[in-house]
Design a protein around this ligand. Structure first.
Ligand SMILES: [Fe+2]
Length: 310
């Protein structure tokens, strides 16, 4: 079983790469490489690229890449049913990959050895002067309405036709822990959604890297990028409103994972999220079953509409 390090990238196909590049730039990513057929966008973190778009007539979500800890991880994964051999990625930044296919056809790549870039994050998070702790002294907050920097890809969410089979498939290949579950409102079961985090033992990791949701509709629900702090979420929100992009819901605070979220639609209707202040967990955190209603998944702020849950 491979040790997952980070969600390295999500990969889409759309008919117009220029349109995607303009939106993703406004959303806070930077083009690191492009040609007529593929667009590679980076965040301000070290990953060479985190959002990739291929030019195809019919738009679709292709899949995601997960960085693993070693070449041996790749070799182990290559032994599994349906895996490719270990091969070069063929993408900018190089490195090696094993290509696998999840139930429902999502392409999941394990990658290792890709070049890392220097971080370009422009500022540290502002200290927040809470009532009981005021660390910001002789220092003002001054921010502009402009694209915030997407630092890293935090998670992606899939709608699948068989929840249990998809979770099992991922767990057979990657060392994951369950963070929380969705069960139908008011019921004890069955589990219809599982938040999965990377198992890094005593080290803290994000509440989830992957969320698997049972659904009649198969496809990507969203991918999500971490930004530096609340001011980044809010100034980016204002900027995206000014640019006339399609807000889906935000700003608000999730229940499961506690992130402050802001969801937008890219020009092709794919949902993308900015987030900050998510829960961090280590190996000791135990999952709970959440059986509240859809509106109870938001603690404050703009709650998602019905379409969000379909
Ligand atoms: Fe999310």
């Amino acid at each position: 079983m491979a040790k997952p390090i980070e969600i390295a990238q999500v990969t889409y196909a759309v008919p117009d790469l220029g349109l995607m590049e303009t939106f993703m730039t406004d959303f806070g990513l930077t083009c690191v490489s492009k040609n007529d057929d593929v667009l590679y966008m980076r965040g301000s973190g070290e990953q060479h690229h985190i959002h990739v778009t291929h030019r195809e007539e019919k738009q679709r979500f292709i899949g995601a890449s997960i960085e693993v800890s070693s070449r041996e991880d790749l070799e182990q994964l290559a032994e599994m049913d349906g895996s490719s051999a270990v091969q070069e990625t063929g993408e900018p930044g190089g490195g090696y990959q094993v290509v696998m296919t999840m139930p429902d056809g999502f392409e999941i790549k394990a990658i290792w050895g890709r070049e890392k870039l220097s971080e370009t994050t422009e500022r540290k998070a502002f200290h927040f002067n809470n009532a009981d702790s005021k660390p910001r002294l002789n220092e003002c907050i001054r921010v502009k309405r402009k694209p915030c920097q997407a630092i890293k890809l935090g998670h992606f969410v899939l709608h699948v036709s068989n929840h249990d089979a998809s979770v099992k498939w991922l767990e057979e290949r990657f060392d994951l822990l369950h963070s929380d579950y969705f069960v139908p409102p008011g019921e004890e079961g069955p589990v219809v959604g599982t938040f999965l985090r990377f198992n890094h033992g005593a080290e803290k990791v994000d509440h989830h890297a992957i969320l698997i949701l049972q659904s009649d509709w198969v496809g990507v629900h969203h991918c999500s990028f971490e930004v530096i702090d609340l001011d980044a979420v809010m100034t980016a929100h204002d900027y995206l409103v000014e640019k006339g992009y399609q807000l889906e819901c935000g700003v608000g605070r999730h229940m499961l994972g506690s992130q402050i979220f802001d969801y937008w639609k890219d020009p092709f209707g794919f949902r993308v999220e900015h987030y900050t202040d998510g829960d961090m967990l280590d190996q000791h955190a135990q999952p709970v079953k959440f059986n509240g209603t859809a509106t109870e998944t938001t603690q404050w702020g703009m709650a998602p509409g019905l379409e969000f849950f379909q």
